[in-house]
Design a protein around this ligand. Structure first.
Ligand SMILES: Cc1ncc(COP(=O)(O)O)c(C=O)c1O
Length: 387
């Protein structure tokens, strides 16, 4: 796979290493949105069919990416909406526990903590407790924390701050063994890293779409497994009833929810502008393939790792590492404040956190972005020596 920058409208002079914050828009998705906006000027252009057609296509495509059937997909407003939808229907074990990871993203953290409070379960936060082999130790600690008392594990597929990849397959098997449910926040990996909900025994997977799926803001996609298909949704949207597609008959009130995961769709899910954007970006991801995206990111970052190695800052590229998102430990010789200044001067956009830099790459990046980052690291070492 080659660089795909031509499909985006990013300014030529910036080095955007922050897809984990927000992805740039695809030109083709932007075009879909503009076309729909213009169409929306005249309501007679919008038929009842338009309320469902793009939604159905988005569900089909997302299902393909995560290896399931479209009937298991709900469209929600945010990950927090998805977590609450699932947790509200989750039965707690008496005096059980619920597990998450240290510094989990707040939407998942608070959803689980609240559930524990309401269900009299212990809230367990698992950390790596190690400065080396962090991914390995962290995964081991999670596996040993899961026991017969565990009701649920809520965990990100990839940690949003440092890029540690959690072994969902092993965690899913352990959950299955002890009768716990596994809820995954896939926001920081789905689209850029393969995932298989069936193979990993995931019970629910919730992903915001505006990062690795190049989607618009305000839409998240949720895989909700059969175990929850009889549950109670957060709200009573008319669109989630079996008769909702027949606009002439809506007040023949139908007390049945649309089957499978459909009851969990957020109200007014068929946003005529943003749904076609998401449909287009998912089409593009399927064409590229998450595995190829990962391989592209790996090839891009190769020179960076050799460079850092020479500076004495090795990066553990083990099975818990992913190439689209990771935290760079800067060499001790780098002057932090001058480094931050230089990042800004050279228009490198990444997330600076203490002595670490969270960098995230995608198909719009190329070798010039990496070269510029290496130059800035080098310059920051030299300027410290001069002081
Ligand atoms: C891991 C993770 N989950 C979720 C979100 C977004 O949460 P929400 O959809 O609840 O706004 C982010 C945003 O940065 C994230 O990094």
């Amino acid at each position: 796979m080659n660089c795909q920058k031509h499909l985006f409208d990013l300014p030529e002079d910036i080095h955007y290493l922050n897809c984990a914050y927000m992805a740039p828009l695809l030109k083709s998705a932007e075009q879909k949105c503009t076309e729909q906006l213009i169409k929306r000027r005249n309501p007679t252009n919008i038929s009842s069919e338009h309320f469902f057609s793009e939604v159905d296509l988005v569900k089909e495509k997302f299902a393909k990416i995560i290896n399931t059937h479209a009937k298991n997909i709900a469209i929600v407003a945010s990950t927090s909406y998805g977590f609450s939808s699932v947790l509200n229907n989750l039965t707690a074990k008496p005096n059980g526990n619920a597990i998450t990871i240290a510094e989990e993203f707040p939407s998942g953290y608070f959803s689980l903590q609240k559930w524990c409070h309401s269900n009299n379960n212990e809230f367990v936060v698992v950390d790596s407790e190690s400065n080396s082999s962090v991914g390995k130790r962290w995964n081991e600690n999670i596996l040993s924390a899961i026991n017969e008392k565990t009701s649920v594990v809520l965990i990100s597929s990839v940690h949003w701050m440092n890029g540690v990849r959690f072994d969902l397959k092993a965690i899913g098997s352990k959950c299955q063994e002890v009768g716990a449910k596994l809820i995954v926040d896939g926001t920081q990996s789905v689209g850029a890293l393969p995932i298989d909900v069936d193979d990993y025994h995931i019970d629910a997977l919730i992903c915001a779409t505006y990062k690795w799926m190049f989607g618009p803001y305000s839409i998240a996609l949720a895989y909700i497994s059969e175990a929850f298909h009889d549950g109670t949704p957060l709200e009573e949207s008319w669109m989630n009833r079996t008769n909702s597609r027949d606009f002439t008959n809506l007040t023949s009130y139908d007390y049945n929810y649309a089957p499978h995961a459909n009851r969990y769709n957020v109200g007014q899910l068929s946003n005529m502008m943003t749904m076609p954007m998401l449909n287009e970006s998912l089409r593009q991801i399927i064409e590229w393939g998450p595995n190829n995206i990962q391989t592209y990111c790996a090839s891009l970052t190769d020179p960076l790792f050799s460079f850092l190695d020479k500076m004495g800052v090795g990066i553990e590229q083990d099975e818990y590492f992913c190439y689209h998102l990771f935290a760079l430990q800067l060499p001790d010789s780098v002057d932090q404040s001058s480094f931050k200044e230089k990042l800004a001067q050279h228009k490198i956009f990444a997330s600076s956190r203490g002595d670490k830099l969270r960098v995230s790459f995608n198909v719009f990046n190329d070798e010039h972005d990496i070269e510029k980052l290496m130059q800035v690291i080098e310059m920051s070492v030299m300027s410290k020596t001069l002081i």
